[in-house]
Design a protein around this ligand. Structure first.
Ligand code: GLU
Length: 487
């Protein structure tokens, strides 16, 4: 059997991280099986239309490196790939179900439907009471056709048989059984002529020759309805795999309120693509169980739907941060330097590629995101930074001035401003004075960076260069020292 899978998002404005996980698993499954992945846009709910949503979705998928083989922007043999361009097809199939008495016309207004639910004693029980309402069963086919000819609004509902059992296999969850008595006479075609998700989804999966439906667990309750539809059409259903829900740390369902759920937010924040994809791939599955870092190639090689967990997967941003840190240490510094250079430009700092690489190497152990360097070390980009007053009070005393002044003269007279030479001459000087190197490092750090801690001081000085360092020392004594004393 040819493996053909699809990612079928509704364009709601952005790609949800759960959607990315679904897309990624479809992609891994397709690649693992030499199959094809299709992007299909399910845009039949016109009340949820959002401008540019499709473009945003595609941009996020492309960023993550998920390349599909067929889709609205690249075409393919089974298009169109946007449901709003396939309306005639759904109408045709709805008609087929009407003709074979598997579906029927209904004319209830929304007030009547609300009334029905109230009467049933449960406003949340949506089950349609076929024999009590306005439809083909209660008023007859003739009368129904008359109403339609007179322009009365109607929907087409699925005729769900009674007392039958729907049984299907889910690759992740095993056998699932549902009684048809618990399934609603689902609307298939709405009064605006658009199909519901259920009809469009089944018609498309069938006509696009989808072999495996891999989607989130939230769609599991819809699957029995889909099976009923496949049966009504006499079509062989695809295989199903429902992926575990994504949860917050407190095990509640992952929602917008508790943090970002849009992939684009994470792109904006500056997470590295490879780290983010690695993190997403581990939400519900681990290829070998003995480590956390895998290349996309390995994910493809190991991908196995049967090994995906049933239990919900926690979307833990701390773990994502950890993952990004690992990738910062792993990735070629030149790539990170390029990212840093672009970010610097956005902040109106011009830095050379060479300088950027040095910064990456100096700070890569201390950052979660590349852009953290701007927060951790503003002094590497500007001479205009704040000084830690508390630290000044703690570390600076009478004697510091004379010790530091003499040391600065030594720095002034050296031509070799390398970290090793700076270290050696400083060490020699302080030891002659009967002091420790840490006695001078702290005051120097304050003068050069304004901060109480940071990356290796002598390396920092080397990267900043002699000129800049000497200017900062001077500025500190000329302007800042008095200010800090008087504050
Ligand atoms: N349109 C649905 C969504 O927005 C697709 C569900 C499915 O894959 O069947 O996720």
């Amino acid at each position: 059997m040819d493996v053909r899978v699809r990612f079928a998002p509704s364009p709601t404005g952005y790609l949800h991280v759960g959607g990315l996980r679904t897309a990624l698993y479809n992609y891994l499954f397709a690649k693992h099986n030499n199959g094809k992945m299709i992007l299909r846009i399910e845009d039949t709910d016109r009340s949820r239309y959002v401008e540019n949503a499709i473009e945003n979705l595609i941009d996020s998928l492309k960023w993550a490196g998920i390349e599909y083989d067929e889709g609205p922007d690249i075409g393919g043999d089974y298009g169109p790939y946007k449901q709003s361009d396939r309306l005639e097809l759904y109408k045709k199939y709805a008609q087929e179900l009407l003709d074979s008495s598997k579906a029927y016309y209904a004319f209830d207004t929304s007030e009547e439907l609300t009334e029905m639910r109230k009467k049933n004693g449960d406003i949340f029980d949506p089950k349609y009471k076929r024999l009590e309402m306005n439809n083909q069963f209660t008023i007859g086919l003739e009368e129904s056709k008359k109403l339609i000819n007179n322009g009365v609004d109607y929907v087409i509902r699925l005729l769900v048989p009674e007392n039958e059992e729907i049984i299907f296999q889910d690759i992740i969850r095993g056998e699932i059984k549902v009684s048809t008595n618990d399934i609603d006479d689902q609307i298939l075609l709405k009064s605006d002529g658009y199909p519901t998700y259920h009809l469009a989804n089944v018609v498309d999966d069938y006509s696009m020759k989808i072999s495996h439906v891999i989607r989130g667990e939230e769609w599991l309750p819809s699957t029995p309805k889909h099976i009923l539809l496949y049966n009504s059409f006499n079509w062989e259903p695809p295989k199903f795999a429902h992926l575990p829900l994504l949860l917050n740390k407190d095990k509640s369902k992952l929602r917008k309120r508790q943090g970002s759920v849009a992939v684009e937010d994470y792109i904006q924040k500056g997470y590295l693509k490879d780290a983010f994809v690695n993190f997403i791939a581990l939400l519900g599955w681990n290829p070998t169980g003995d480590r956390e870092i895998y290349s996309i190639k390995e994910f493809i090689e190991y991908f196995n739907l049967e090994k995906v967990n049933k239990a919900g997967a926690v979307f833990d941003v701390q773990k994502l941060d950890w993952m990004n840190q690992q990738y910062i240490k792993l990735i070629n510094p030149e790539i990170l330097a390029e990212i840093l250079q672009i970010s610097a430009k956005k902040r109106n700092f011009e830095i050379t590629n060479e300088y950027s690489i040095k910064l990456i190497n100096l700070f890569k152990e201390r950052i979660v995101l590349v852009d953290d360097i701007f927060e951790v070390a503003p002094y590497m980009f500007t001479d205009n930074f704040d000084y830690d007053k508390e630290y000044f009070n703690k570390k600076w005393n009478e004697k510091t001035i004379s010790i530091i002044s003499k040391l600065l003269a030594i720095y002034e007279n050296t031509d070799e401003f390398s970290h090793s030479n700076l270290h050696n001459i400083t060490k020699e000087y302080v030891e002659n004075m009967g002091k420790k190197i840490t006695d001078v490092i702290h005051p120097i750090r304050l003068m050069i960076t304004g901060q109480s801690s940071g990356a290796s001081m002598f390396e920092t000085m080397e990267i900043l260069g002699k000129d800049r360092c000497m200017k900062r020392f001077k500025y500190f004594f000329d302007e800042i020292f008095i200010k800090l004393c008087n504050e």
